[in-house]
Design a protein around this ligand. Structure first.
Ligand code: ATP
Length: 339
């Protein structure tokens, strides 16, 4: 059994004037949770469409579990579950009835459907709400029902679009642990398309940063942080008591320091070409300063994301899914979700 579950090779999609996805080479391992990050228009949706076999690549190929996504749409539909950012349920039907409906659409026998719906509602923590109409569900509940819905057909791979958008902190914790379980306990492969960096950082094993159809960075979050450090880019945040000009000037005159900016509360942001923490600590001691904050940036996905963007010459914006039209959303849902 191959370890790679999703593989794209030179995957390209060109529309008339735009190359939406440009020679994408991606490998996502079995059981991995992978985050595809990028602003509006980066090409995430187009990549998803090609993986789901709903649009043909201009060149290159996409394979899931060894099946070519374009040539084997039926196999792909049975292997892959798709969870859109806004799952559409029939509001007048209960959670359980909606799951039954999905099971029937997928040709599952009635008794099996009933049992599976019961177990899945339990798994996503919706047993008590199972017989309430979904029109009354909160967004978090709908999202959890969406996961149960996708699991009805027991997919090996789940592609999720902005799963954490608009969820409150408590709901978020439940959702994150549920998604992790799908990978760790069930061994499913999860691809999350998102711009919510903080949440992605908590869920994903690896991330890919996608800009203008190209993958500009890919790896474990710590790995990406190290890559930036290896290029000689260090950002240090320092807050000292009492602080002051003397300390600031002493830091600015260190050999590898490019710039020192002072922010609110006397917090210094130091840009340097080497790790200067030992020299800074020595200066703090020399000037009898108390360290309130000393943090090397780079391990935080938000920082990594922005700095890769700077490198790619792109504006520093997260972007979101707002750009996706309702038309595309409903197309994806009707074509795939209930397939
Ligand atoms: P969002 O988060 O807004 O959904 P995205 O990362 O999913 O963005 P895509 O929707 O894949 O990005 O779009 C990538 C590029 O391809 C954009 O420039 C978009 O305008 C263009 N594009 C997408 N679909 C089409 C189409 N059917 N015809 C022409 N251009 C398209």
């Amino acid at each position: 059994m191959e370890d790679v579950m999703i593989r794209t090779t030179g995957l390209t999609k060109a529309y008339e004037s735009v190359v939406a996805v440009d020679h994408l080479d991606l490998e996502i391992r079995r059981g991995e949770v992978f985050g595809l990050l990028g602003p509006n228009g980066a090409g995430k949706t187009t990549t998803t469409l090609m993986l789901l076999g709903l649009t043909e690549p201009t060149s290159g190929e996409a394979k899931i579990d060894g099946y070519d996504c374009t040539r084997n749409p039926i196999a792909i539909k049975s292997i892959v579950g798709y969870l859109p950012d806004q799952v559409g349920f029939y509001p007048d039907l209960t959670g359980r009835e909606n799951l039954r409906f999905t099971g029937a659409l997928n040709g599952l026998p009635e008794a099996y459907c009933e049992e599976r719906a019961k177990r899945l509602l339990e798994r996503v923590g919706l047993t008590e709400a199972a017989d309430r109409k979904t029109g009354e569900y909160s967004r978090g509940m709908k999202q959890r029902l969406g996961i149960a819905d996708v699991l009805m057909k027991d997919p090996k791979v789940i592609i999720m679009d902005e799963p954490t958008l608009g969820i409150d902190p408590e709901g978020m914790r439940e959702l994150i642990s549920l998604i992790r379980d799908l990978s760790v306990e069930d061994g499913r492969t999860i691809l999350i398309s998102s711009h919510q960096l903080h949440q992605v950082q908590q869920i994903c094993d690896r991330v890919g940063i996608f800009v203008k159809g190209k993958l500009i960075a890919c790896g474990h979050i710590e790995e990406l942080g190290r890559q930036l450090e290896n290029e000689g880019r260090y950002l240090l945040t320092l807050q000292a008591d009492p602080g002051g000009e003397k300390l600031k000037n002493a830091i600015a005159s260190l050999e590898s320091v490019r710039s020192v900016e002072e922010g609110a509360g006397g917090v210094l942001r130091i840009d340097s070409s080497a790790d200067i923490r030992p020299q800074v600590t020595a200066l703090l001691s020399k000037y009898g300063q108390t360290t309130l904050l000393l943090r090397q940036e780079g391990g935080d996905l938000d920082e990594i994301y922005h700095r890769f963007f700077e490198k790619a010459g792109e504006p520093n914006e997260h972007g979101g899914s707002q750009g996706k039209t309702g038309k595309l959303r409903s197309f994806l849902q009707t074509k795939f979700h209930k397939a």
